[in-house]
Every structure is written in C-alpha cells, then in structure tokens.
Design a protein around this ligand. Sequence first.
Ligand SMILES: NC(=O)c1ccc[n+]([C@@H]2O[C@H](COP(=O)([O-])OP(=O)(O)OC[C@H]3O[C@@H](n4cnc5c(N)ncnc54)[C@H](OP(=O)(O)O)[C@@H]3O)[C@@H](O)[C@H]2O)c1
Length: 323
Amino acid sequence: MRAARHHRYGSPEVLQVDEVPPPSPGRGEALIRVEAAALNPKDLLIRQGKGAALSRFGLPLPVAQDFAGTLAKLGPGTEEFGIEVGEPVYGMLSAFHLGACAELVTVRRDEVARRPVGLDAAEAAALPLVALTALQALRDDARLTPGDRVLVHGASGGVGTVAVQIAKAFGAHVTASCSERNHALVRELGADACVDYRAQAPSELHARFDVFFDVYGNQPFSVARRVLTPEGRHVSTIPDPANFAWQAGTGLRARTPGLRGPRTAVVLVRDSRRDLNALARLVADGRLKPVLDRRFGLEEIAEAQAFLETKRARGKVVIDLAP
Ligand SMILES: NC(=O)c1ccc[n+]([C@@H]2O[C@H](COP(=O)([O-])OP(=O)(O)OC[C@H]3O[C@@H](n4cnc5c(N)ncnc54)[C@H](OP(=O)(O)O)[C@@H]3O)[C@@H](O)[C@H]2O)c1
C-alpha cells in the first residue's frame, strides 16, 4: 500500500510516498481503507522533530491522525466493536499513533465511529481532531452553559471554525477573533460578533467573557484574564509549562473555600467513540459542518503541509486517497 512518510526530520520536502506492507489488525483492532485524511499543526511539529514527547517516534514516520474511509476488516477480539465491515467510518488516531495518510490503517475502538450521515470522506476527515478538541475544551474544560459569552481567538482555522459552531450549539453568545478577511466566514458559521486581532488585541477588548478559548495559542491566561468575568474560564490549546503552571494555580484557588476568581486549563484532545458519535449527531442536526480550505492528492503531501504551515488555512487541509 502507499503511505506518506518521512525518513528524516526537516522541512516539507522530507515527505515522500512509500510503498509499504499493508498492516494487519491486531487484537481489538479494525483495518480501515482510508479515502481521505486531514492535516493538523501537530503533524508539522512531528515532521520538524520538535517536542520531547514526540521523540519516542522512530524514523521513518508515517503521517497524520485524521481519517475517513470504510471499515475493511475486523481483527480478533472485536465481537463488541460495534461497527461492521463495509460501513463508512471516520476518526482520529490517538496521540502517539500516526499513519492516517495511507491507503490502510489499523485503529482501536475509541479511534473510530460511524461516519456522520450526509458527509463524504473528505468532509468527514476534516472533523475529528479539531472537533474533538473544540468539544472537549468547551464542554469539559470551560464547562460552557447556555447564555455564556464566549470569545474564540483563532476562529477561522481548523479548530476555530468548529469551535464557533459547537459553542453556538451549546447556546452561547460567540465573539470570533480572526483576520477581517475571514469575518464573513465565521459569521456564516454562527458567530454573533467579530473582532480583528490585528486591529485590537483580544485582551484589550472592552467586553467581558465567561469563556476565552485561545485556539491560536498566543493569549495566555496572564493577559486573557483582563477580559474574563470574575468566574470566567480560559482554555489554551498550547501544552507548555507556563500554561500548566497557571492551570495548577487557578485550580488550587478554585478548590480553596472562600477564594474565587477566573481559572484556566490546557485542552489535550483524546480519542473517544462517544464524542465522535456526539459530533455526528451535531452534523445530523445541521449544527456542525466541516470547513474545507484545500484538498491535495497523496503525492502532494509536501505542498499540503507547506500550505498548512503558512498558518492561513481557512478551516481544514485534506488529502484525498481514494483512487
Ligand atoms: N492541545 C490540543 O489537544 C490541540 C488540539 C488541536 C490543536 N491544537 C493546537 O491549536 C492550534 C490551532 O490549531 P488549528 O488546527 O486551528 O490551526 P490552523 O488551522 O493552522 O490555524 C490557522 C488559523 O490561524 C490563524 N492565525 C494565524 N496567525 C494568527 C495570530 N497571530 N493570531 C490569531 N490567529 C492567527 C489564522 O487566522 P486569520 O487568517 O483569520 O488571521 C488561520 O485561520 C495549533 O497550535 C495546534 O497545534 C492543540
């Protein structure tokens, strides 16, 4: 089978398409025939060899976590798998499992769900990692409730375009922070208000927010708290030591009787069949739709990653694998 891989770390040119032996599903696993994969900024970091946590990967490395396709085969011990051979599926490989950008990939139960009705493979592949991130950040870390005023900073990218929609589905009032050229896009996705972070820093806004979702990752709690309500919640996508220190400090304060104040958390996306099914229901209800910027063929994997690296994608970058 064909698979995108890199044999050394570096710029997008290190990416190539290799002919490799087809994988076979192990105990509790299923084999997926991949029709489309989607890229995420983490793929770029892995290709660059950045991050201590990523060093456990040995070269050559396969590419990508998001996929959509068809369940091709079930391995042993999958009587309770819940999806049958031939069904259309979508999903996200877990944090230390790569290789969605290949004609075949093996998955565990929590990494895959039935594909949302009405989405083709490219549309479905565009959802899992970013929509799981937005759902888990807003529902679990921010504890979003109806009527909350939410600021989504980085609203026009992969995570942002779904975060705006999911926050609206939770009944929030959503302010989207992105470049002015993308205001029409985020309004179309449901944003109630838009701000251009180039004209005014989000932390300098006059409004107050119950939830500040720093999707882009350059609005740490130390500045974001200026625009949070007294019980406001800030969530960052960046797992760095400073953000974890703020998370521990504000969490301790929240648990101390008599003390109150805004708090912060770092979202760490996790694979979950239950959450993939929840996202599929939002799609079915017409409350969530994928936003695709560009589609590339497998042989164009280097161009696709180079485009994502510009940090100007409006929604997702998708790789088509079906012949
Ligand atoms: N912790 C986790 O579990 C987790 C999960 C998913 C993603 N992430 C991280 O979340 C971040 C965003 O991911 P993504 O998939 O949304 O990325 P993305 O799709 O590459 O984001 C592209 C967007 O970034 C915006 N942008 C560029 N420069 C900006 C700036 N200076 N300020 C604000 N926005 C800016 C652009 O908006 P405009 O063109 O409108 O300016 C563009 O639409 C990445 O760092 C990623 O690694 C973390």
